[in-house]
Design a protein around this ligand. Sequence first.
Ligand SMILES: Cc1cc2nc3c(=O)[nH]c(=O)nc-3n(C[C@H](O)[C@H](O)[C@H](O)COP(=O)(O)OP(=O)(O)OC[C@H]3O[C@@H](n4cnc5c(N)ncnc54)[C@H](O)[C@@H]3O)c2cc1C
Length: 450
Amino acid sequence: GGGIGGLTLAVALANVHDIQVDMYEAAQQFNEIGAGVGMWFRTWKIMKTLGLKEDLTNIAVTPPDERKIFEFRKAGEAVGQSFHDLVVPFGVLFMHRADFQQVLAKRINAECTHFSRRLVNYTYRLSLRGKEIVLHFSDGSQATCDILVGADGIKSATRSVMLSCPGEDKCNAATAGRQNSPHTDSQSEIPKGNVVWSGSVAYRHLISPDELSRRFPGHRALRSPVQYVGKNKNVIVYPVSQGRAINLVAYVYDPGQKGALFSDPWVTPVLAAELLAHFDGWEPELIALLELAKNPSRWAVHTLQPLTSYVAPQVAFLGDAAHAMMPHLGSGGGQAVEDAYVLAALLAHPHATRSTIPQILRSYDAVRVPLSQRIATNSRLIGEAYHFNSSDEAGGDEPPSGVGQASGDRLESLAVMIEEKHKELWDCDACYQSTTATELFEGFLKAAAV
Ligand SMILES: Cc1cc2nc3c(=O)[nH]c(=O)nc-3n(C[C@H](O)[C@H](O)[C@H](O)COP(=O)(O)OP(=O)(O)OC[C@H]3O[C@@H](n4cnc5c(N)ncnc54)[C@H](O)[C@@H]3O)c2cc1C
């Protein structure tokens, strides 16, 4: 898959002379959606290590006050109230997804990218070189490799095959027939009980700052990224494309639908009226933003139930294939980048050979599972807090505006939680994980030699 995760892995391995990378992408071309993405400091550090600092600086926007990342407003009634500024030591980068994808794509060898190749199955076979993996594509074609990395998103076929065959010996039999079903619908491949609808939908749109300025001179969103929160809903706005557009995402959560089957298409264009109806009675400055979203798209937000491992014999998966999470910390893409970076560091190790693949995958798993799962959990928890659904003191109904003690205490608790859950996004040195993984790998090799 050639999303953020797969592309980052290909970039990180591009200069490793003894590894040949082939990227198989189901789509006909690299195809990111027309929306924004935020990059926290920990991801930015990796990007700099990969030599992408200049390219990304050219496409990204930093907030006018570099350290004030978001202004938080309680907005679910006629008069809103700003209650917290998220101020961080190292700032954040906002960019258009397609621009980001292009920066990554231009760093990889075009010959290693194979479009219109949808993986439907993999099997194992013994060759003169040892055990190899046979990839089966929906057009009936095949390819082989020593390691398969499933970077194929939340509907991952790699994960689906892995979960349906408990071990490599049983795998060929358990999945036989998949390769005989060309053009498999990827959605029907989702293992039951694994991917769940969160009960949330996200409405997305890019709005014009010029139009906003004409309609609502001096609007807050022209000065700063903003998060508007209220009961079961929140809206996030930040600049992208070097300030030529404002990315808007409006989340609407229906607690009664959590875990239900989402039977419509996951992504679909909707009428502006559908979005506006959800925010009836919210404060005017928020409504002004929503009114500029003239043809929004609606995304059903699905997540993956926590997995305890991201590897199988000669197989690893990364990014949304491994840990699709709630988007409230803006970290799913960043976690895909970290997976890719750690895996690439292990594969580039001088002792990485076909025979040490098991130790490589074990080290990757040991480092990446706990960290990515922690961020996924925090992402869910902060979303619940934005919606006043936490079980702790930040929860309950949205507190009324005003200066009442109870309301003030509740918002203060929420502000504390916002600080706490975001801290790791700039506080933690993402690069240390590759060192830890490398040390683990060397330890496993030593133990095997004894
Ligand atoms: C509303 C919203 C806002 C978000 N905001 C942020 C943010 O600000 N910051 C952030 O870091 N993250 C954010 N995320 C999360 C982020 O978008 C994802 O975590 C990230 O895009 C995952 O990248 P990926 O490469 O793992 O998967 P994907 O982007 O899904 O890429 C998978 C690729 O694999 C291909 N593919 C699929 N199946 C096959 C197959 N069988 N064979 C071959 N190819 C296949 C697909 O065509 C695709 O190109 C947000 C998510 C949402 C929903």
